[in-house]
Design a protein around this ligand. Structure first.
Ligand SMILES: Nc1ncnc2c1ncn2[C@@H]1O[C@H](COP(=O)(O)OP(=O)(O)O)[C@@H](O)[C@H]1O
Ligand SMILES: N[C@@H](CCOP(=O)(O)O)C(=O)O
Length: 320
């Protein structure tokens, strides 16, 4: 039996909640914007990994350097903890659709698809909370510190707020129905670990107050269903002022998008992808065209008009 699992792209931070807010994305044209992992029993008794897809070229060539292998080892360790030591190895195929260092939760997408597929294959030994904890740990290995703002929305869908309490790592927030989100990857790469390293270790009292006010207003507005207030409070005092210089043309892009009626503009995760929130598909399509003409730097870049993905990670195909 082979099983294919798809894990959607995500926007970490959503600008207003550094490391504690994230949203899953789903292109309106039905395209799959996320990695997928196929799993089946290994024929030779050893773990095997095959990598394919548009963005496979920047992955480590040694499969044992791929984060999928670390997921497999971590999963097997956890199974041994619960007394399951006799299980046979698996063969996995990663379809890499999200570029590395894009700000679209590329490593999270691989990690979440891998853990979800492993859990299904081995008969669901772990519950949602345990799986999410394992996913966060692996994401932390890559970026230097545990943050759930990509793995949680990628796994669970929607807009997720990180509570990081025992057994309640993340909870869903309400979604504004008419939001259309333009998600654009300009084609260059930024390492998450490096983009974290350039941030200050300390922030001023004024920044802390602004951050708390914007985040509080955002969550309040979502619960009130007030999309305009929610989008207006998407302001980033923690990362954007320091990271935007890594993204060529960011200020001009922001100006253009606001002039075209954007409700909010921000850096997606650690960049260089950006997201633009607007209240109609028509405006989003016009912004998407502008992005294609002016913001994308090379043929690796792409842009999509998206909605918030409510499904999260799911099984795409199961064959006997
Ligand atoms: N399956 C995988 N998907 C993404 N990155 C991987 C994978 N396996 C190993 N890596 C490594 O993890 C790092 C991911 O970089 P990072 O900047 O965190 O990307 P992103 O922000 O897109 O998740 C890279 O060094 C990459 O080579
Ligand atoms: N909160 C993290 C999010 C990183 O997202 P990625 O998609 O760039 O990996 C951060 O901002 O560092």
């Amino acid at each position: 039996m082979a099983l294919t699992v798809y894990a959607p792209a995500s926007i970490g931070n959503l600008s207003v909640g550094f490391d504690i807010l994230g949203a899953a994305l789903s292109p309106v044209d039905g395209a799959l914007l996320g990695d997928s992992v196929t799993i089946e029993q290994s024929e030779h008794g050893d773990f095997a990994l095959n990598c394919v897809g548009r963005f496979v070229d920047k992955l480590p060539t040694d499969p044992k350097q791929n984060i999928i292998y670390d997921c497999y080892l971590a999963f097997r360790r956890e199974m041994a903890e619960i007394g399951r030591t006799d299980e046979v190895a698996v063969s996995m195929t990663l379809e890499k659709h999200l570029p590395i260092g894009s700000g679209l939760g590329s490593s999270a997408s691989s990690i979440v698809a891998a853990f979800y597929a492993l859990n299904e294959h081995y008969g669901r030994p772990f519950d949602e909370a345990k799986l999410l904890a394992m996913m966060g740990e692996l994401e932390g290995q890559i970026s230097g510190s545990i943050h759930y703002d990509n793995v949680a929305p990628c796994y669970l869908g929607g807009i997720q707020l990180m509570l990081e309490k025992e057994g309640r790592i993340s909870e869903s927030l309400p979604v504004i129905d008419d939001w259309h989100i333009v998600s654009t990857y300009p084609g260059i790469s930024i390492s998450t670990a490096e983009a974290r390293a350039i941030l200050p270790n300390h922030y001023s009292r004024a920044d802390i107050i602004d951050h708390g006010r914007h985040l509080g207003t955002f969550i309040h507005a979502l619960y009130r269903g007030d999309g305009e207030l929610a989008a207006e409070s998407i302001r980033d005092v923690v990362a954007e002022p320091y990271r935007k210089q890594l993204i060529p043309g960011f200020d001009e892009m922001r100006e253009q998008m606001m002039a075209q009626g954007a409700l909010a503009v921000g850096i997606s995760g650690s960049g260089p992808s950006v997201f633009v929130i607007t209240d109609s598909q028509q405006k989003a399509e016009a912004m998407h065209r502008w992005m294609q003409q002016h913001f994308i730097r090379n043929d690796r870049g792409f842009s999509h008009v998206c909605r918030i993905d409510s499904l999260g990670t799911r099984v795409l195909e199961e064959t006997a």
